[in-house]
Design a protein around this ligand. Structure first.
Ligand code: NAP
Length: 293
């Protein structure tokens, strides 16, 4: 095992968990900052040789102690769906930056979000922009990784349905807009490469994108896998239940106009999955519970 120790905040979650997977693949030592060391997910990490450091986000001493003697620190900030949760998100992010500065961590990788180099008016993206700014001002060596939409959303909130023998994808996105997307596995792989110093992000930031496809092409990729015809329906933004999501989908459309970092991501992780590869890798199968099928 390598002598390099990397601290990870969010290790029991999706993205942090993928970072741990990739770090362990490279035989790095991993220290997970967890709030509940007895949780099933924390215990599963410990069983894989991950050191657990118990922290409370509102206890700076616990955070700084957890970050002593590490070569790198990865953190993400938790999901926020209300202004109160945004405040918590910013508080956690800035507390982690302060702790990293107290502990003089040599390199910090912040898992932000696409577009967070600027204010976009998306509340839970601007929160990450502010954490980025706070991290930049800390004087720490920092790299921002900015994931686009998770491909995994196609198994939950953005899942295609099967209707009358046809794969149907409906999203509140105009049909000529290419959605940028990335698999959670590859978020972990890119972040790990940056933390271990086997790659660098030009300018200290990289938008994490593994594919960029319009709705009709996304639907076609699922249809091809299922061996079924497929169609896409663009929905109005008003189908989304809250303003946060509406602002985010507006931002998906705007992001399509910004230059893509696909080539940079592939230079860091050549095996980055495109959507068709992700569909194969995850053994996605057509849903069976849809109307008329
Ligand atoms: N969905 C998308 O397409 C997408 C795209 C780009 C960016 N994002 C952003 O990604 C983030 C969510 O990432 P994820 O899916 O990896 O999250 P996740 O799976 O929900 O994991 C959250 C992690 O944060 C930890 N955590 C939360 N609150 C904590 C606290 N107060 N103290 C200590 N640990 C705490 C959780 O620990 P426990 O196990 O103890 O709960 C868990 O490890 C959001 O900020 C979202 O905006 C999402």
């Amino acid at each position: 095992m390598s002598t390099v120790t990397i601290a990870v905040f969010g290790a029991t979650g999706n993205q942090g968990g993928a970072v741990v997977d990739a770090l362990l693949d490279h035989e790095a030592r991993v220290r997970a900052l967890v709030r509940d060391p007895q949780s099933d997910r924390a215990q599963a990490l410990a069983a894989r040789g991950v050191e657990l450091a118990v922290v409370r986000a509102d206890d700076p001493a616990s955070l700084a102690a957890a970050l002593t003697a590490v070569e790198g620190f990865y953190f993400m900030t938790p999901e926020a769906n209300s202004l109160e949760e945004i405040e918590v998100e910013i508080r956690i992010g800035t507390a982690l930056v302060d702790a990293a500065a107290d502990a003089s961590v040599p390199h910090v990788v912040f898992n932000s979000v696409f577009g967070a180099d600027r204010e976009t008016g998306v509340p839970h993206h601007d929160s990450k922009h502010w954490v980025e700014e706070y991290l930049r001002k800390s004087g720490l060596r920092a790299t921002m990784v900015r994931p686009t939409a998770f491909m995994e959303n196609f198994t939950s909130v953005m899942a295609p349905s099967l209707e009358h023998g046809e794969i149907v994808l409906r999203l509140p996105l105009p049909e000529d807009v290419a959605l940028k997307m990335i698999s959670i596995r590859d978020i972990g792989r890119v972040a790990a490469a940056l933390l271990l110093g086997t790659a660098e992000a030009p300018g200290g930031a990289v938008e994490l994108v593994g594919d960029e496809l319009t709705g009709p092409r996304i639907a076609a990729a699922f249809g091809a896998r299922a061996g079924l015809p497929a169609r896409y329906e663009a929905l109005p933004l008003s189908v989304l239940p809250n303003e946060f999501d509406q602002a985010m989908f507006r931002q998906f459309a705007e992001a399509a106009e910004h230059p893509s970092d696909l080539a940079v991501v592939r230079s860091i992780e050549p095996a980055t999955l495109d959507l068709a590869e992700w569909i194969r890798a995850t053994s996605w199968t057509a849903p069976t519970n849809a109307a008329g099928s």
